[in-house]
Design a protein around this ligand. Structure first.
Ligand SMILES: [Cu+2]
Length: 473
């Protein structure tokens, strides 16, 4: 009698708990609010009352009407491309940093705009010194965290509830002397289920995401590098599959099936220990030595007489590229010379810098060695040319370089990949700040003749700077 009334209380309380936490869970997964949309998508670049990567959004309703704002947020690049003068001027003023496109409903965009307005009003009352000045601060705090903690808390509580309910049920049966489950069998079978589902997911990922891997390497060393990666991959893949099958199948085979049994005492076996130490050691040594050899070949190769040399200069958030001009020598540089008209800090007094070329995109002749000289203005960036299998950190105060030979023109690569929009691209591969994604530059690989023709059309670095000053004045 006593036991039953106790259980009733427990069930009642867990029922109440379920309702409470179910409700919490529902509110947690409900529609994201304007505040959340803003903090997750816009806050990296926009503040209400201060310029950041993009302009302060205060007073945005006075500057533009709602229809324009919706169009802009949905696809700012399209608005700019349509020739809208306000948009073009804004884009130029903000150094052509492209805002991402947001494929949202009108309601979602309006909720973000409403949030901006609300914050603006809160800030106004705050600065006026009166009223409920705390709102903005409180709202901002909530934005920072979103619903994450609530969701996690709800999941933990629901889990605890389930565990608790399970205990109540099994305690009842235990009292009656009934063994409800054979946990050893259940766990044994779960091991096999885990193995099969896990392997199926591995296969699924390969099938689904294989198309996102890089196409054939378009450089000499890229082919060797790919070969090395393929060998490493296949060795580790075979080991991965074999060890996982052994692990889970053995756990299933040797589960306790309810009979009285005792594990075999098997302290050590020198022969076994010897082989499973030596075999992986040999395999890893071979892989590491092979990798070292490939890396040596890539980085210690001879610099050829007829190389093409150029400098890539990384800054937040973009690239500049400089060719040495007719003399084949890049002028020297000093970060102290960086100014509004000399963004790369090139020494104007150095005769070698007179004919240096500043190019908007990089053309390279096919089958000729390229030496990239890499320099950064502000923080660490990374020069990544995935199709050439080139990647090197670009470090402020420490010039780095990478040497490679492109083996396929852009045209050939387009045919090979069956993609007639294909372009080689330089990207930044370090998360270097809010507009990191904007750091890209087009590379074009062409024949020797086309390359020479392109070079003659490029402007010199200092002439370009002069032109810039002229247009400012
Ligand atoms: Cu970067």
């Amino acid at each position: 009698m006593k036991f039953q009334s106790l259980t009733a209380v427990k069930w009642l309380s867990s029922g109440v708990l379920t309702v409470v936490f179910g409700f919490l869970a529902l509110t947690a997964v409900a529609q994201p609010t304007g505040a959340e949309l803003f903090s997750n998508n816009c806050a990296a670049c926009h503040k209400i009352d201060q310029d950041l990567v993009g302009p302060a959004l205060k007073g945005i309703y006075d500057r533009r009407d709602e229809a324009w704002l919706i169009k802009w947020i949905r696809n700012s690049q399209a608005v700019i491309a349509s020739g809208d003068q306000y948009a073009v001027d804004l884009y130029n003023k903000w150094n052509k940093v492209a805002m991402p496109a947001y494929d949202w409903s009108d309601d979602e965009i309006k909720s973000v705009l409403a949030y901006v307005k609300e914050q603006e009003a809160a800030l106004a009352t705050q600065s006026a010194g009166g009223g409920d000045g705390g709102t903005a601060a409180v709202a901002a705090k909530r934005d920072g965290w979103g619903n994450g903690p609530l969701v996690i808390l709800t999941i933990i509580m629901l889990g605890a509830l389930l565990l608790y309910a399970g205990r109540v049920v099994s305690a009842r049966y235990k009292l009656k002397g009934v063994r409800l489950f054979n946990w050893n069998n259940i766990n044994g079978v779960l091991f096999i289920v885990f193995l099969v589902v896990g392997m199926a997911l591995v296969a699924f990922q390969f099938l689904k995401y294989m198309k996102f891997t890089l196409p054939v390497a378009a450089s000499e060393h890229g082919v060797v590098l790919d070969q090395m990666l393929a060998i490493t991959f296949w060795i580790t893949f075979v080991v991965f599959v074999a060890t996982h099958i052994l692990l889970f199948v053995y756990a299933f085979m040797y589960r306790n099936q309810g009979k009285e049994s005792k594990a075999l005492y098997y302290p050590d076996n020198h022969k076994l220990e010897f082989f499973w130490t030596v075999i992986p050691a040999v395999v890893l040594t071979v892989l590491v030595l092979y990798g070292t050899k490939v890396w040596r070949e890539i980085t210690q190769g001879e610099i050829e007489e007829n190389r093409v040399e150029l400098e890539l200069f990384a800054y937040q958030f973009g690239w500049q590229a400089r060719f040495p001009g007719a003399d084949g020598l890049l002028g020297s540089h000093d970060f102290r010379m960086i100014s509004a008209t000399n963004s790369m800090g090139i020494d104007e007094m150095d005769p070698n810098s007179k004919d240096d070329l500043l190019v908007p995109e990089v053309y390279l002749p096919v089958n000729r060695q390229v030496v990239l000289r890499l320099r950064a203005r502000d923080v660490i960036h990374s020069a990544y040319l995935p199709h050439f299998r080139v990647q090197m950190n670009v470090v402020p105060g420490m010039p780095t370089q990478f040497v490679f030979t492109p083996t396929m023109t852009t045209e050939e690569m387009r045919e090979k990949t069956n993609n007639y929009n294909f372009n080689y691209e330089l990207a930044c591969n370090k998360i270097c700040g809010a507009a990191h994604f904007n750091m890209r530059m087009k590379f074009v690989v062409v024949s020797e003749a086309e390359y020479e023709a392109w070079l003659t059309k490029q402007r010199t670095y200092f002439r370009k700077a002069e032109a810039q000053t002229a247009s400012i004045n």
